[in-house]
Ligand binder design. Structure first.
Ligand code: SF4
Length: 197
């Protein structure tokens, strides 16, 4: 029997179940039990489900990501499909999103921050702490060197003209609001979003 519960096998099973139930009421209960035992569990029944969004483009389609334990006891993504409850895509995914499992499993996928030292010709893996501290340090140095608090007329402007911020299109409204506040609060003028690129 095919592992997948196709529409056809579901309809077949449903009508057989109805017949079995009717037969059960007539004293043929074992038929119903035999039929129930013959139906294999839905393939996602043992998986954990998580909501996510497609990483590819600005549409930001909703995804359901299913994971199951592998032989080593670690959760591994086994299936991805469109989230029918998401108002953006209502369960659909384009070919790129539908193939996201390959992206997740790709051997070349970068999972850690990579750093190329000044003068080096290769990237090396670093920790998130290292990456965040390095970014913060460089931002502070640049801001200290280039911040403009007043223009030539003495008017307070608080500008940081040498830094720009690019936000991701998958961000929620709330994340976008905080991003805007932080970037503007630091004095950045150039703020852009991936959705417009
Ligand atoms: S599924 Fe396709 S349209 Fe939707 S966000 Fe991903 S790449 Fe964009």
């Amino acid at each position: 029997m095919n592992m997948e519960l196709s529409r056809r096998s579901f309809m077949k099973g449903a009508s057989a179940g109805l017949a079995g139930t009717t037969l059960g009421s007539l004293g043929f209960g074992e038929i119903e039990a035999a039929h129930a035992a013959s139906i294999r569990p839905f393939k996602l029944a043992r998986t954990k489900e998580a909501r996510s969004s497609c990483p590819y483009c600005a549409v930001c389609c909703g995804m359901l990501v299913f994971s199951a334990e592998n032989k080593a006891g670690k959760l591994e993504v086994t299936h991805i499909e469109g989230d029918a409850d998401n108002p953006v895509n209502r369960g659909t995914l384009c070919p790129k999103g539908a193939g996201a499992l390959d992206y997740i499993r790709a051997k070349t996928r970068v999972k850690n921050p990579m750093y190329r030292k000044p003068g080096s010709n290769r990237f090396e893996q670093v920790t998130w702490d290292f990456a965040m501290e390095r970014i913060a340090k460089l931002m502070k140095e640049d801001r200290d060197a280039n911040f403009i608090d007043k223009n030539k007329d003495g008017v307070t402007v608080n500008r940081w003209p040498t830094m720009a911020f690019l936000s991701g299109s998958s961000c929620t409204n709330e994340t976008g609001w905080i991003t805007w506040k932080v970037a503007r609060g630091l004095g950045m003028l150039q703020i852009e979003n991936q959705a417009r690129i």
